[in-house]
Write a protein that binds this ligand. Structure first.
Ligand SMILES: CCCCCC/C=C/CC(=O)SCCNC(=O)CCNC(=O)[C@H](O)C(C)(C)COP(=O)(O)OP(=O)(O)OC[C@H]1O[C@@H](n2cnc3c(N)ncnc32)[C@H](O)[C@@H]1OP(=O)(O)O
Length: 721
């Protein structure tokens, strides 16, 4: 785990723990022994710590934080490094993150390659740099930089690190060679001033002002998160206490965070996000054994909001797009919108003007499908109508070259049904983007019965290229995202019908951690959009819709949203929806007494007695209904693993990262308790099929001990596969 070698008068300690050189127990042990050995070796005059392979060191091994002795020994190792009689130089390339940066700060000198990335990302997993990082960094950089870097967790480049004194020198080429050359300048120099524990925070006098400024910013930016605040407090201690006192307090705060539910959730989310792209099909094909085809050119059909957003994603990543729209006015408008979106990116420093111009050159408008004959991939993004989509796919099949992949941005429709309109069902796949497509990170890729592994690999790879978090799911009505979100939204509306007001439900869910409650989201996305979808579904089923009903096809429904539509309240776009919006502040939702009156009248007309709905009920009905549906999705193998569902909720519906997602939340509440509650709701609301308890959940809940999440799918009975 640590390779020890001697090169003339230098001991080289090479951290060798691929893929990221995490500081696992054996690495810490290897470094400790290496420093000891080098100090005892008469040939050695200086010690270089370096990383083998692509990187220096990416910090503590996050998986080890779940075991009781987490991180133990890192501080002891650090003191051994700092106390070394022979100078220790950290030679950094790739990443020096978290505990990796701490090792560098225990060292007496730091040299780095110019492409190195440095930072303390601990806060992103709900922790603080617990091996004296919050005490040492301010001694090097001053308080303002240390507070910002530690509380934000951002990675910064070598130039910035050098500017703030973290690095002694940066080089262009091989960092080990640079460290060797550097050692010649420092061998024999006194070490005491290079030991950070012997130095002071230079701007300690300003600590209170700087703390208050940073705290105000943090509270605005990271609402509800504990770790950024404790990071700031610990940096403040570095200026107010002796080194040893501040370090002891840092260790206490680290321990507090380590066992906090937020950090446990964030650590889960770290690995869940990394597990999602590791797709697997029932036939055995998977990400590791399937090669994607190269997509050089694309077509997007439909220049509405979704089509334009998808085109932005593609051209921004350097992929040419032919945007097909038969309505010339809409096409012109879309091209203007796309240009405006990219201008916005330039203003936000997300791209340069030159990149914007280059991206726009990759966009070509067209009015017929014939223009797509030669492209490698087509993404259809017309409105949600099965017959229309089937007709387009039938035509594309005849027009496009035989290797072209045909993707649909449907959010609900069966991929097999769309694929059967073509002679190439193996090359048909769902690519479900979320609105606004150029902002939302989730891409729900949907395979049908005949979709080939190569097609799957290609859309997963394309998603990664355009910066999306991709999750692969199997086709079914509404897939995983909309299918599991549907009961969540339905229960929110039912509770408004039973006695809550939209703002009550939104507030509870926002306090839970959702950035926006479902009624604010509905106003943002447009009440007319949901109305149109309901009309389409009704048309397809041959149903006549009426406002005066509480049941449709044996299922409980509510017509409250349809009543808003009838009132011309389409949401933000009309200045009125579930809330009202002032022209002076058109994005700020204001509770509207007219809506309350409409709800009360609706309830009276329908004979619904209103009651007080406690906050706990709001959370349980919204989340447990989604959890129950998620277990069914898992049971039917629509999603491969619970982490996939959680990633979908985080990136598709902004579920708080520290909450993990509905499946992780269920694991924390305890499956027995969740199941019992679902059974109670099922009895109470027999006309909502989303409360029929999932078999898989029943099985898991019946065990005397809690089954860990990674074993859940083992309980799916083979007859269900
Ligand atoms: C009582 C005193 C206690 C003192 C305790 C001292 C405290 C120290 C705190 C820390 O150091 S916490 C850790 C800080 N470091 C991080 O948070 C870095 C996290 N990693 C990343 O940001 C990225 O992985 C990366 C390093 C920038 C590399 O990104 P890249 O896209 O190239 O690869 P990934 O797919 O993300 O990762 C590859 C592979 O490695 C696993 N992994 C990455 N980092 C860690 C880690 N720190 N610990 C364990 N495993 C890690 C990752 O999960 C991938 O593996 P998988 O099998 O594919 O999931």
């Amino acid at each position: 785990m640590v390779d020890y070698s001697v090169d003339r008068n230098l001991a080289i300690l090479g951290i060798n723990n691929p893929p990221v050189n995490a500081l696992s127990f054996h690495v810490r042990e290897g470094l400790f022994n290496g420093i000891k050995q080098a100090n005892a070796d008469r040939r050695v005059e200086a010690i270089v710590i370096t990383g083998k392979g692509k990187t220096y060191c990416s910090g503590a091994d996050i998986r080890e934080f779940s075991i009781p002795s987490a991180g133990k020994g890192l501080v002891t190792l650090g003191h051994r490094i700092e106390d070394s009689d022979k100078p220790v130089i950290s030679a950094i390339h790739g990443n020096a993150l978290g505990g990796g940066l701490e090792i560098a700060l225990f060292s007496h000198y730091r040299v780095a390659n110019k492409n190195a990335k440095i930072g303390f990302p601990e806060v992103l997993i709900g922790l603080l740099p617990g091996a004296e990082g919050t005490i040492r960094l301010p001694r090097v950089t001053g308080l303002a930089f240390a507070m910002d870097a530690i509380a934000s967790g951002r990675r910064f480049d070598a130039q910035e690190a050098h500017k703030h004194g973290i690095l002694d020198t940066i080089c262009d080429g091989d960092v080990l060679q640079e460290a060797k050359a550097f050692s010649k300048k420092i061998i024999g120099q006194p070490l005491d001033q290079r030991r950070l524990s012997k130095t002071h925070v230079k701007d300690a006098a300003d600590v209170d002002i700087k703390f208050e400024e940073a705290l105000a910013q943090i509270k605005r930016k990271y609402r509800g998160l504990i770790a950024p605040i404790l990071c700031l407090k610990s940096v403040r201690n570095s200026a107010k206490m002796s080194f040893d006192e501040a370090a002891a307090e840092e260790m206490r705060l680290f321990g507090e965070l380590l066992t906090s539910s937020q950090s446990i959730g964030l650590r889960y989310s770290f690995f869940a996000e990394r597990s999602a792209p590791k797709w697997k099909l029932p036939c055995g094909a998977c990400a590791d054994n399937t090669t994607p085809v190269d997509v050089k050119t694309t077509g997007v059909i439909g220049a509405g909001t979704m089509g334009s957003g998808i085109a932005v994603c593609l051209i921004r990543a350097g992929i040419p797009v032919i945007l097909v729209e038969k309505n010339q006015k809409m096409l012109d408008q879309a091209i203007k919108t796309i240009s405006r979106i990219l201008t916005g990116s330039v203003k936000l420093n997300r791209m340069t003007e030159k990149q914007r111009e280059h991206s726009l050159k990759l966009l070509k408008g067209a009015s017929t499908l014939d223009e797509l004959a030669g492209v490698d991939m087509v993404i259809e993004a017309v409105y949600e109508n099965l017959e229309l989509k089937r007709e387009i796919f039938h035509q594309l099949d005849k027009i496009c070259k035989s290797s072209t992949l045909l993707c649909s941005n449907t959010s609900t429709l069966d991929i097999d049904n769309i694929a059967s309109a073509t002679q190439r069902p193996d090359k048909v796949v769902g690519t479900h983007f979320f609105a606004p497509a150029y902002i939302m990170r989730l891409l729900e890729n949907v395979y049908g019965t005949k979709t080939s592994p190569t097609t799957v690999a290609t859309v997963m790879e394309l998603g990664k290229r355009i910066g999306k978090i991709c999750v692969l799911v199997k086709t079914c009505y509404a897939f995983v995202a909309n299918r599991t979100n549907q009961p969540f939204g339905a229960e929110a509306s039912f509770m408004v019908e039973e006695g809550a007001l939209p703002q009550d439900v939104d507030t509870v869910l926002e306090n839970f951690g959702m950035p926006m409650g479902p009624f604010k989201v509905s106003d943002l996305s447009g009440i007319d959009v949901g109305w149109r979808i309901r009309q389409e579904v009704a048309k397809a089923l041959g149903l006549k819709l009426t406002l005066e009903t509480r049941y449709r096809m044996g299922e409980r429904i509510t017509t409250l949203a349809d009543r808003l539509y009838e009132m011309g309240r389409y949401g933000i776009k009309t200045g009125k929806g579930w809330y009202r919006y002032e022209p002076t502040n058109p994005r700020k939702p204001i509770p509207d007494p007219d809506v309350a009156k409409m709800i009360q009248k609706h309830c009276m007309d329908m004979g619904i007695e209103r009651r007080n709905i406690p906050a706990q009920e709001v959370i349980e009905r919204c989340l447990f209904s989604a959890i129950n549906e998620s277990f069914r999705v898992l049971e039917q193998r629509i999603a491969e693993k619970p982490e996939d569902i959680d990633v979908i909720w985080q990136y598709g519906f902004s579920f708080p990262r520290y909450g993990g997602g509905p499946m992780f939340y269920a694991s924390q509440v305890g499956l027995k308790k969740v199941f019992e509650k679902i059974c109670i709701f099922h009895e109470q609301f027999p006309y909502s099929s989303h409360w029929v308890p999932s078999d898989l959940l029943r099985k898991l809940a019946s065990h005397s001990t809690e089954i860990p999440m990674d074993k859940w799918t083992q309980f799916i009975s083979s007859s269900k596969l």
